[in-house]
Design a binder for this molecule. Structure first.
Ligand code: ZN
Length: 482
């Protein structure tokens, strides 16, 4: 099985996706053309640069990090530079230097370093994964904002791990806090299958995990909409990606082997799914309760100075937790027993609860204050949309049917993860995460973001979440064969 909407199909892809119901329209700044997913694509980089509007006479800035990467028997980055030189280009290599911690981060200093090497005649190539791509695209974006010159930018992804390549937001550290800020897309993308195949497999598996969360994120988004708290809901991204479980079940083996077909399917899936998000200008379609759970697991580790697990590998396990919560919620929820008056928790009580809960992570109170500033907005919206909640209750049978269209049993996800060779339980992560941390995140994640998910509904309904947690965790153990 291949993707119904294949981003390798050029103009046909763009016109097909623009006809999907719910597509808000695709402006010229959205079009990435060409996107090539091929064996030997690296050798087409000069040609792609020309197709994207650049010229070998132009200044060409090539941005990368110092990590040495293999491509078969060769070293990727020197090879890429040589390919450009052989085609008559005069590439200027810019190797970004990691900060004091030894890790390269997308921050304003790195973006400034790239921007300082640009002029209005530059074309730009990035060779790297999320961080290098985000730094480079943000430098291009800032340069354009400042000078009005839009530079030709071609990205060469080096790992099937992240959505940065087709995302029009960049994840940037600003004063130590990670923020998603508006950015731009590359003009063209060169997915060289040998390069992606030779990336560390842990990155590939994480990329796959991050793409499998739709079975719970689409229900979360739908619930937020039906509660009147997120008008942006659309079925466009779901139609665009089709049935991820079928695609991954069929291709997990070839992804694991690193065959050209497997590598290409994952790259195309990542590209298309994230383009859907870029078109909608919202990350909600692929980021719900599971992402905030994962974030809060990380926050607990970081508070103790401990390392965190790979994002996508952890996120898909959090999605299984949410999948189990959905399973029990759908079977037990009886709207006739809900007393709506009791579903509006007192603002002060919640504020105190947040302060108490988050003092464990950050005794200074900073984390609690940050959470409250987000949660207060959600609570206000919840109060303001009471009529929608009453409609939600009276129309529950229909809403339940809508949710069930997306949900998958976690056993099916577990099968895909087994085929991919990805851990089935939190203690299989690197480093392992214990039950207490996952439970803390499950219980408290709704407080850290204004995004509405099943987690919020459980709190508003005063659901017995302790009992639910025990069943969810039992389900997780069973799915992992424990
Ligand atoms: Zn993610």
């Amino acid at each position: 099985m291949t993707l119904r909407y294949d981003p390798a199909n050029g103009e046909a892809f763009w016109s097909a996706i623009s006809r999907i119901p719910g597509c808000p329209g695709i402006g010229p700044d959205m079009i990435i053309e060409p996107m090539i997913f091929e064996s030997g694509a690296l050798y087409k980089l000069p040609e792609v640069l020309c197709r994207a509007g650049a010229d070998p006479e132009q200044h060409l800035l090539v941005v990368m990090d110092p990590t040495s990467m293999r491509r078969g028997k060769e070293s990727l980055k020197p090879l890429a530079i040589q390919v450009l030189k052989d085609a008559g280009w005069k590439p200027e290599k810019l190797e970004l230097k990691p900060g004091p911690g030894g890790q390269l981060h997308t921050d304003l200093d790195q973006i400034g370093t790239v921007k300082a090497r640009m002029n209005s005649e530059s074309a730009v190539v990035s060779i790297g994964s999320g961080t290098v791509t985000d730094i480079t695209k943000q430098a291009c974006f800032d340069f354009e904002q400042k000078t009005g010159s839009r530079l030709t930018y071609v990205a060469c992804p080096t790992a099937n791990s992240v959505g940065a390549y087709t995302s029009n937001v960049a994840s940037v550290f600003i004063r130590g806090v990670k923020r998603s800020i508006p950015s731009r897309l590359p003009d063209a993308l060169v997915y060289d299958l040998e390069t992606l195949r030779d990336a560390p497999y842990a990155m590939t598996v994480a990329g796959a995990g991050d793409m499998l969360v739709g079975f719970v994120t689409f229900p979360d988004w739908l619930i937020a909409n039906r509660l009147g708290m997120d008008p942006s809901y659309s079925e466009f991204p779901q139609t665009l990606v089709g049935k991820p479980d079928e695609i991954f079940l069929e291709n997990a083996g070839s992804i694991r082997e690193g065959s050209p077909e497997g590598v290409a399917v994952l790259a195309k899936f990542l590209a298309a799914a994230v383009l859907g998000i870029s078109v909608l200008h919202a990350s909600t379609p692929l980021s719900g309760y599971e992402h905030i759970i994962s974030h809060l697991i990380d926050q607990q580790a970081e508070a103790q100075g401990s390392p965190v697990a790979m994002h996508g590998t952890q996120v898909i396990l959090a999605a299984m937790v949410v999948g189990e919560a959905y399973r029990y919620f759908l079977s037990d929820f009886d709207p006739s027993r809900v007393r709506p008056d009791r579903c509006y928790p007192d603002e002060n009580a919640i504020k105190q609860r947040i302060e108490k809960t988050f003092s464990h992570i950050d005794p200074s109170g900073g984390a609690a204050a940050e959470c409250w500033s987000e949660y207060r907005i959600k609570l206000e919206a919840w109060h303001a949309n009471r009529p929608a909640f009453l409609r939600f209750l009276s129309g529950w049978e229909r809403v339940r049917g809508e949710i069930e269209r997306f949900l998958l049993p976690i056993e099916r996800i577990a099968r895909i993860l087994t085929d991919l060779g990805s851990p089935l339980s939190f203690d299989g992560l690197e480093p392992p995460v214990d039950e207490a941390r996952v439970k803390f995140a499950f219980m408290n994640a709704p407080f850290i973001r204004r995004r509405v998910t099943l987690g919020d509904l459980l709190i508003f309904l005063d659901w017995d979440r302790e009992a639910l947690w025990r069943r969810v965790w039992e389900g997780m153990r069973a799915a992992a064969g424990k």
